[in-house]
Design a protein around this ligand. Structure first.
Ligand code: AMP
Ligand code: GLY
Length: 433
């Protein structure tokens, strides 16, 4: 079997790692693979969003399955184009990808389907947006409707902050086209859970819930990033909570998309807030989350490939399940100094030889293999995943391994999973071990 992975970040390295385990004899290809992926696959020198060139390449190279990592190519219609060629692809069509690519579309769909989410309004007119903020007050959240690489949501604690966010998006066009339309919504208080569902348009298989850490600083301080670390299992995601996610969120959302002529085939990622009124949707993504994938897949104890092939070949997932291995996983992201602002690239990276094992995996994100060795090439550079019998064991192992990797300007959060640790052992401060 010949498998193409589109994308070259930490998520795609984790997909490649898992699919190689599921299909040891398969041949793997990836678009511009990073330094961790390149020894494991053949490189395809085509940009992920160049869907025409990719479809031609995949047809000419007899690719059996294409797995799309990032949202950009999906929103650009990669799946539609591949399906025209008769190619099997795991990832939603352009119409279904709107669940992520247009927050205005997603919010309207959720409202019509009675899926719990924050009360909202959509605006493309600055005066109207400002008037509504004055009417409802703060805290409030202002979001660019389009794709903004995880940076399009501004949580505003004051009306003044919200007015500034509106001006930056609708007035100054700081988010470009993505901010031409904005969604303003009620602030939701609670803890977030990421839920991944492999969907065939109607039926779905839930993977293990996890928790991301979006803020750059310890204790969840500072600006949002693409994600600084993640862990699973999450003890607040009880069987009841998972059932609520299934029946109140995933089922009605899939039904609404199908009724809208956009059945969702691929990975639906529900970002959920566990509020005092129950689960509410923060956002949907049309692809796997990063860095959650770097823990969910290592803990998965059944074939992901089988689920993906079932969906990509248009068969039904009814009756299928995903097994989870016992224990816990924690991943710690090592980032470049300055991230999520500007940062330098090309810094040599040192990973000790004996660091990796069955229970310690270094997933590469922004790295490149050069003649002089491994160097940094992005903001989030590596994700260090540890698996252990207990949460504390995994957290300690992930942090200890992160501390042993070196590059100029490297930093990481040493408190990944701090909420879980406080729940399990309220006496312990994770930073004082
Ligand atoms: P989004 O781009 O919609 O995923 O939002 C990014 C992050 O902003 C989320 O992961 C939350 O931490 C936060 N956020 C977004 N919407 C809300 C909301 N309505 N209430 C509270 N926090 C939010
Ligand atoms: N973990 C956040 C995201 O992938 O969007």
């Amino acid at each position: 079997m010949r498998i193409l992975i589109v994308g070259n970040g930490g998520r795609e390295h984790a997909l490649l790692w898992k699919l190689r385990r599921d299909a040891p004899d398969a041949e793997f290809f990836a678009t511009r693979p990073n330094g961790g992926m390149s020894p494991l696959c053949q490189s395809v020198e085509i940009a992920p969003t160049d869907v025409e060139a990719l479809a031609d390449w995949a047809a000419a190279n007899r690719i059996d399955l294409t797995v799309v990592g990032p949202e950009g190519p999906l929103a650009a219609g990669l799946t539609d184009r591949f399906e025209e060629e008769g190619l099997s692809v795991f990832g939603p069509t352009k119409a279904a990808a709107r669940i992520e690519a247009s927050k205005a579309y997603a919010k309207e769909l959720l409202r019509n389907a009675n899926v719990p989410t924050a009360e909202h309004r959509t605006f493309s007119n600055q005066a109207g947006a400002e008037a509504w903020v004055h009417e409802v007050g703060a805290p409030i959240v202002v979001k660019a409707s389009g794709l903004a690489a995880g940076k399009g949501a501004v949580v505003c604690m004051t009306v003044e902050d919200a007015i500034e966010a509106i001006r930056s998006m609708l007035g100054d066009m700081d988010f470009g086209e993505a901010g031409r339309e904005i969604v303003i919504e009620e602030f939701m208080d609670g803890e977030e859970i990421s839920v991944f569902a492999v969907c065939d348009g109607k039926d779905f298989v839930l993977l293990q819930p996890s928790q991301d850490h979006k803020r750059v600083g310890e204790g969840d301080a500072g600006p949002n990033t693409g994600g600084m670390g993640a862990y699973a299992p999450v003890s607040i995601a009880t069987a009841e909570v998972v059932e609520e996610a299934r029946s109140e969120v995933i089922v009605p959302t899939l039904n609404a998309l199908a009724a809208d002529g956009a059945p969702f085939r691929g990975l639906l990622y529900a970002g959920l807030m566990n509020t005092s009124e129950g689960l509410k949707v923060v956002e949907f993504n049309c692809r796997f989350g990063d860095p959650e994938t770097q823990i969910v897949l290592p803990l998965m104890d059944s074939s992901l490939l089988e689920l993906m092939l079932t969906v990509a070949e248009g068969r039904s997932l009814a009756g299928m399940t995903a097994a989870v291995r016992p224990g816990a996983a924690v991943t710690t992201v090592l980032a470049s100094g300055g991230y999520p602002g500007s940062y330098e690239k090309g810094k040599p990276i040192t990973v000790p030889d004996e660091l990796e094992s069955d229970d310690l995996i270094v997933f590469h994100a922004g790295t490149a293999a050069t003649e002089d060795g491994l160097v940094t090439s992005g903001g989030r550079v590596l994700a260090v995943t540890a698996i252990a019998a207990t949460f504390a064991g995994a957290a300690n192992a992930s942090r200890a391994a992160a501390a042993r990797i070196e590059f100029d300007g490297a930093f990481y959060r040493s408190d990944i999973g701090w909420r879980e640790r406080a729940r399990l052992d309220p006496q312990t401060d994770p930073r004082e071990e």
